[in-house]
Design a protein around this ligand. Structure first.
Ligand code: COA
Length: 261
């Protein structure tokens, strides 16, 4: 049914697997669109009481937005990419049914942002988290500047965003970025265990809990719009061209000096 996702419903739980293992499940625009469709379809399906999002294979949850796809984007395309990503990730965050990220490896850039848009995050011991966009001459465009600060606090978020440091599952747990860390072979079982508990509660009350918490943290916050605007602006810069070309050419980037923003 989807080109980039596998979906399976079992015992009231929809599992969405991002299925681009050879590209470490990097998110293309089409993949993001398919995630939106899968979430909206699940919302309308009475058989689904909860959702798990994970990545194919054992190495990556999602290693980011697909760099080769956006490397030649202009400002309009970059802005549209961020607007679209915000719409999809907001739909996950605002899903009336609980959504758990089962982080089975690298969760970098858009992958970390996808995990953060979910209501809960369970990580395998080998999971790695980071927002490495500044290595590419861009900033996060799927609300990473906002949700990372919400989850780990402003100081640590700024450190992770500016250093592009990649952290392990144990540190992510310490920071409050993930709810649980488990051995890789117990990852999905742990997610099901949590959803089993939630499934026994009132779905109406669960939906209202999600709405209330999101109202505090997400709605009408200008930082989300500012991120879209500044993400788009990156696409007019030499640093963006250098950063993305360096990744594609598998070399270290050499950035210019800050003259103005
Ligand atoms: N976009 C597009 N392709 C990606 C990708 C991304 N975000 N992340 C990984 N890939 C591709 C690689 O280009 C490679 O493809 P190839 O085999 O056709 O050359 C394949 O996935 C495997 O990745 P590779 O880099 O060879 O694996 P590795 O184990 O050496 O390194 C990472 C793993 C995650 C450290 C490295 O892939 C990486 O840094 N990815 C980009 C992370 C990033 O900057 N994300 C934010 C994007 S906004």
């Amino acid at each position: 049914m989807y080109n980039n996702l596998l979906t399976r419903i079992s015992e009231g739980v929809l599992t969405i697997t991002i299925n681009r293992e050879s590209k470490l499940n990097a998110l293309t625009i089409e993949t993001i669109r398919e995630i939106y469709d899968a979430i909206k379809t699940a919302e309308a399906n009475d058989e689904v009481a909860g959702i798990i999002i994970t990545g194919a294979g054992t190495k990556a949850f999602v290693a980011g937005a697909d760099i080769s796809e956006f490397a030649n984007f202009n400002v309009e395309q970059g802005t549209e990419m961020a607007q679209n990503g915000h719409r999809v990730f907001n739909a996950i965050e605002n899903s009336s049914k609980p959504v758990i990220a089962a982080v089975n490896g690298f969760a970098l850039g858009g992958g970390c942002e996808l995990a953060m848009a979910c209501h809960l995050r369970v990580a395998a011991e080998n999971a790695k988290f980071g927002q490495p966009e500044v290595n590419l001459g861009i900033i996060p465009g799927y609300a990473g500047t906002q949700r990372l600060a919400q989850l780990v606090g402003k100081g640590k978020a700024l450190e992770l965003l500016m250093t592009a440091e990649v952290i392990g599952a144990a540190e992510a747990k310490e920071l409050g970025l993930v709810n649980h860390v488990v051995p890789a072979d117990q990852l999905l079982a742990k997610c099901h265990e949590i959803l089993d508990k939630i499934k026994s509660k009132s779905p109406m009350a669960i939906a209202k809990v999600i709405d209330c918490v999101n109202t505090q943290y997400q709605k009408d916050k200008p930082g989300f719009d500012r991120e879209v605007e500044l993400f788009g602006q990156c696409f007019a810069t030499d640093d963006f061209k250098e950063g993305t070309n360096a990744f594609i050419e598998k070399r270290k980037p050499s950035f210019g000096k800050l003259l103005s923003v």
